[in-house]
Ligand binder design. Structure first.
Ligand code: G3P
Ligand code: MG
Length: 263
């Protein structure tokens, strides 16, 4: 299966070890520490989630609100970048992680360039109806500014975001994150064709034998989230996934290396 992006560390197994929100089992998710750790553990790609600040800057955070992962309250979209940067994004995970900031997408691109591929997940809450001027175009421009186009896979649960990205640049790689209500009973290959997407992402439980056969037959790379258990990792790899999102990229790397050795 051809991968939809280029890796910096050309692994022979043609499988992508992805640090989900960084190495988020060990460091506060979606922070520079979590991203650095994922890289150091041998992840080949980092997954991160983006939303827009009040002043329209792509920032890296999973939830629509600040409450769970920072010491702030309310919607991310109600705060300017300057205000967001004053918040602590590590304290919730443990006192020893105090002092982490919410990263900007640009900061992550600066870190990743030349080192590690990225999966930039555009959160539904930030997607609007217009194809241009929104989070998709802002993120795409930053990726291009840093020359990371070949090393970035965009994704979204909001299928509008995939259409917008492809309208903005047909050559940028984008994955559909399976979302039932927009899928109208269609199987992965039908969705991929309809949205001109380059990969199909779904959860471990959704990755049925039927879907595995369908994606394999149509040569569609599949990336599976979020797998933190060795037995589950092995099963998903045997079923034919091209990559796995894990909070424990170190464990995933071990599993992949072992399976590759004993092949
Ligand atoms: O992109 C894979 C995975 O991150 C999707 O779910 O909620 O962890 O962003 P979530
Ligand atoms: Mg995500």
């Amino acid at each position: 299966m051809d991968l939809p992006i280029q890796l910096y560390s050309g692994s022979e197994d043609n499988f992508i070890v992805i640090g989900h929100r960084g190495a988020s089992a060990y460091y506060p998710e979606n922070t520079m520490s979590a991203f650095r750790a994922a890289y150091e553990m041998g992840a080949e790609m980092i997954e991160l989630d983006i939303l827009l600040s009040k002043d329209g800057i792509p920032v890296v955070i999973h939830d629509e609100t600040l409450d769970r992962t920072t010491n702030g309250k309310g919607l991310v979209a109600n705060y300017s970048l300057e205000e967001l940067r004053k918040l602590d994004a590590g304290l919730w995970f443990g006192e020893e992680h105090a002092g982490e900031q919410i990263p900007t997408l640009e900061e992550v691109l600066e870190f990743a360039k030349g080192k590690i591929a990225l999966n930039i997940e555009i959160k539904t809450e930030a997607v609007a109806d217009e194809p241009s001027g929104g989070i998709e175009e802002k993120a795409l421009n930053l990726v291009k500014k840093h020359g990371m186009e070949a090393h970035v896979l965009f994704s979204s649960f909001d299928y509008r975001a995939i259409s917008h990205l492809k309208q903005l640049d047909v050559d940028i790689s984008a994955a559909l994150l399976y979302e039932k209500s927009q899928s109208a009973g269609r199987i992965p290959s039908e969705l991929i064709e309809n949205y001109e997407a380059d990969a199909f992402n779904c959860s471990r439980r959704q990755f049925s034998k039927r879907w595995a056969e369908d994606t394999q037959r149509h040569n569609i790379p599949v990336f599976i989230y979020t797998v933190n258990n060795k037995r589950h990792m092995e099963k998903v790899i045997k079923r034919g996934a091209s990559g796995i999102f894990s909070d424990k990229p170190d464990l995933l790397k071990q599993v992949v290396d072992n399976m590759w050795k004993t092949k």
